[in-house]
Write a protein that binds this ligand. Structure first.
Ligand SMILES: Nc1ncnc2c1ncn2[C@@H]1O[C@H](COP(=O)(O)OP(=O)(O)OP(=O)(O)O)[C@@H](O)[C@H]1O
Ligand SMILES: [Mg+2]
Length: 362
């Protein structure tokens, strides 16, 4: 996928920008707080119809303004044009349009313009609780298959209902009904997550090896109560506990991804650079799987390229993503000189944009 042009209105500190982009590597350089991450987030927003940062839509509207608008013109890998316009107003909410036509359901858009982001905020995937990793898996698999996102939304809706019920009564007939629904959607989610993790593992290991010069081995394992027994059995076994605790204590909403380096937990035993390398390898593996599955190379966003990586690993990363497997890339860094030097070493073309105080100039 190639984002040819993006127009940004009132998105965070970007007042009004129209940027023509290159098909290959696009670099955004500027000081801290200039707006580099905001540009990448605008690109991400057009794909996922939400911010990559944990921000509400309202927080993405430029201070003092009523609305923001993003307009992207794309060309797909097989050469046809797509236009996506997303606007959000404090008063009337969000509207998303593809080629001039408004979506009935926002979730129908996810996957059309595949995107993968590598950002300093990814560390939450390692340091935070399991729900962060589930959120990641959800965003990732949603881009592969709409049925997944639907199953997740339905599961969560039923789960909320079931928990509400448990707070009031322990009506067994109602529980039976909810359990059947949870089992149905849970099985779909579990199957997607299991297959995705199985596909990820070898590719993550391969990219990690390439980044680190085969210095360490890494592992990614899908942990789920549903690996042990099917959801109906699980819910039956935990029903009494659920009634006592007044919420659903077992199920897909407790899944996790276990990340290891050299056989030990990555969070405790990985150095900062190793953790970052793992995250980069994970995102590149995600990229590869989305590209294979959708037949469309995602837009790759590398925010803060040098964050925690040494020069050797950054060079290796650039060499990897400059290859045929990857398409359009956005890179940000606050140091123009070092970014240019690493890009020149890797060879190949790139376009450079200066970001200053919410303005973007080529
Ligand atoms: N809703 C908003 N309205 C106006 N300005 C905003 C809004 N949200 C964020 N900002 C501003 O955007 C700026 C941060 O932009 P951004 O995160 O893109 O910087 P950056 O260039 O990536 O910096 P760094 O190099 O530190 O990562 C801050 O000055 C912040 O105050
Ligand atoms: Mg930034």
């Amino acid at each position: 996928m190639y984002l040819r042009k993006i127009t940004i209105l009132n998105f965070k500190n970007l007042a009004e920008e129209s940027i023509e982009l290159a098909e290959g590597i696009n670099c955004f350089v500027g000081d801290n707080g200039a707006g580099k991450t905001n540009v990448l987030d605008a690109v991400y927003y057009l794909s996922m119809s939400k911010s990559a940062l944990t921000m509400t839509d309202g927080q993405s509207v430029r201070h003092g303004e009523e609305f923001f608008m993003l307009d992207g013109s794309y060309r797909t890998d097989d050469g046809h044009a797509e236009s996506v316009v997303c606007s959000f107003s404090r008063r009337s909410g969000k509207v998303l349009k593809r080629n001039g036509k408004e979506y009935e359901r926002m979730s129908d858009h996810v996957g059309l313009i595949p995107v993968v982001i590598v950002s300093p905020a990814d560390t939450a995937l390692i340091s935070d609780a399991a729900d962060e990793r589930r959120r990641y898996l959800n965003a990732f698999i949603s881009q592969l298959d709409r049925n997944y996102l639907r199953a997740v939304m339905r599961y969560n809706a039923v789960l909320a209902e079931r928990n509400r019920l448990l707070k009031m009564t322990s009506d067994e007939t109602m529980l039976e009904i909810y359990d059947a629904q949870l089992a149905e959607h849970g099985a779909v989610i579990h199957d997607f997550r299991r297959r995705t993790a199985e596909r990820l593992q070898p590719v993550v290991a391969e990219y990690y090896g390439a980044l680190s010069g085969d210095r360490e081995t890494v592992e990614l394992v899908y942990r789920s109560e549903l690996n042990e027994r099917p959801m109906p059995e699980l819910l039956r076994a935990s029903r009494e506990k659920d009634i006592v605790n007044q919420f659903t204590t077992a199920g897909i909403h407790r899944d996790d991804l276990v990340l290891r380096i050299g056989g030990y937990p990555l969070r405790k035993y990985g150095s900062q650079g190793q953790q970052k390398s793992f995250l980069v390898a994970l995102k590149l593996a995600q990229y590869t799987i989305v590209a294979e599955e959708c037949g469309e190379r995602p837009v790759l966003l590398l925010d803060d390229l040098f964050d925690k990586l040494d020069m050797g690993r950054v060079e290796q990363l650039i060499r990897l993503v400059a290859g045929e497997r990857f398409g359009q890339i956005f890179i940000t860094d606050c140091n123009k000189v070092r970014l240019q030097s690493v890009l020149e070493k890797a060879g190949g073309d790139y376009s450079l944009f200066a970001v200053e105080n919410g303005r973007v100039v080529r």
